[in-house]
Design a protein around this ligand. Structure first.
Ligand SMILES: Cc1cc2nc3c(=O)[nH]c(=O)nc-3n(C[C@H](O)[C@H](O)[C@H](O)COP(=O)(O)OP(=O)(O)OC[C@H]3O[C@@H](n4cnc5c(N)ncnc54)[C@H](O)[C@@H]3O)c2cc1C
Length: 391
């Protein structure tokens, strides 16, 4: 090991073929290209874009995004929530995370920032290019029958990953959960204007069945609403939002629910997770949801994927042997990732966040994770309030 091997031991730039231009695929592509790799990123859709709701990016993700130079634009385009407040049956139960460094942003904006950074780093993005598999010798197999040879092939093609499913020696545990979420972006009405509304509010009711509205301002003109219910509650699992059923349970949010009913471009997803072992075989590796889709209860799925993507490029830089780098990388990231998956599954199953004061030091371990690629200056610029430290 040691030294920087971005040019490989032959002196030629190393090359990667990446499947999937979601948050994980874009991040790993940027991180590798900035370290001298030649990177081609394949997206099955004819356009590179993410659909229109919002996302929370925790401190772990922001540190990773600092490494690839995208964090300043996120800070400029997103909202740093003042607190994370929880309300049960219309009554406040806790206010947490005051001063904790995390951001909310719309998904299209985050995606556009990553696409711009990828192009600036020299990544070649090929749209309408569908991967059907990969081989451990570093080949990416496309739907048109082409095999592209690379030093590393990366499956970043999401929870249903064709790349992962083609690599028979990886074991998978997949699970579907009882809950689903409708996600919409609404315009920010007059009554939710002002800095006092720049906070996350997690509204719950548990009887007769659990329903939840996660209210996240993502900028001066947009609020992201994540509306969770069990899939057996069919009316609450519909897009467009069923205004009657949601405002009956959340009468104090009637204005926002009405706007959610008119929102365009919303979608409903059920929770599904997968745990893959190991994350790589030969010169083929998985990042993001392809490797470790998790319940959204912790809001950490993309954040952990972004961290692991940046760490992958950092580790590859330190070894001339790709296989050795992949082993070291997985050893570094595995326990943090497994813990995040297990914790978010527990939180989804027990609905523990509804009680308030859910961001215990143990729960904050994922958000507080510091990647090896982060500089001490970056780490120092995201200080963690004493109350939220997990150390
Ligand atoms: C309700 C909900 C709320 C969430 N909230 C948060 C949050 O607040 N914070 C957070 O960090 N995470 C959150 N997550 C998790 C987060 O959305 C995912 O972890 C993240 O989007 C996964 O990114 P990805 O790039 O791995 O995969 P994806 O986003 O699925 O991207 C995969 C890309 O690959 C493309 N693709 C697929 N198959 C192929 C193929 N065969 N060939 C070529 N291209 C292909 C797709 O078109 C897509 O562009 C949430 C998830 C849910 C369901």
């Amino acid at each position: 090991m040691t030294g920087s091997f971005s040019a490989g031991s032959t002196g030629h730039p190393r090359c990667a073929e990446v499947a999937g231009a979601g948050f994980a695929g874009l991040t790993v592509s940027i991180a590798l290209a900035r370290r001298g790799w030649t990177v081609r990123l394949h997206e099955q859709n004819d356009e590179v874009r993410d659909f229109g709701a919002g996302i929370l990016l925790w401190r772990n993700a922001m540190l990773a995004l600092e490494v690839i130079g995208v964090a300043p634009a996120i800070r400029a385009n997103g909202v740093a929530p003042a607190t994370y407040d929880t309300s049960l049956n219309g009554e406040p139960v806790s206010s947490e995370l005051a001063g904790y460094p995390y951001w909310a942003i719309t998904r299209p904006r985050l995606h556009a920032l990553l696409v711009a950074a990828a192009r600036a780093a020299g990544v070649e993005i090929v749209t309408g290019s569908r991967a059907v598999g990969a081989d451990p010798e570093g080949g990416l197999l496309l739907a048109d029958g082409t095999r592209l040879a690379a030093d590393l092939v990366i499956g970043a093609d999401g929870a249903g990953s064709a790349v992962r499913n083609s690599l028979g020696d990886l074991t998978q545990e997949r699970k579907k959960y009882q809950d689903g979420v409708c996600r919409v972006l609404i315009p920010r009405p007059e009554e939710f204007q002002g800095p006092e509304w720049d906070r996350v509010i997690d509204f719950w009711t548990l009887e007769p069945d659990p329903m939840r509205i996660l209210f996240i301002p993502t900028g001066p003109d947009k609020i992201y609403m994540g509306m969770m219910a069990t899939t057996t509650n069919e009316r609450a699992s519909r897009i467009p939002i069923d205004v009657e059923v949601w405002s009956e349970r959340f009468p104090h949010l009637a204005t926002a629910v009405r706007l959610a009913g008119r929102a365009e471009g919303g979608r409903h997803d059920t929770y599904q997770t997968n745990r893959v072992t190991p994350w790589s075989i030969g010169q083929a590796v998985l990042v993001g949801d392809a490797a470790h889709a998790m319940c959204p209860a912790l809001g950490q799925g993309a954040s952990v994927g972004i961290v692991n993507a940046v760490e992958l490029a950092h580790t590859l830089d330190q070894y001339d042997d790709v296989g050795e780098a992949l082993t070291v990388w997985e050893q570094r990231e595995r326990s943090m990732t497994d813990a995040a998956q297990a914790r978010s599954a527990y939180m989804a199953e027990t609905r523990t966040l509804a009680k308030g004061s859910g961001f215990t030091p143990e729960v904050m371990e994922t958000a507080n994770f510091v990647l090896a690629a982060a500089t001490p200056e970056n780490v120092a610029s995201y200080p963690v309030p004493e109350a939220n430290r997990s150390w």
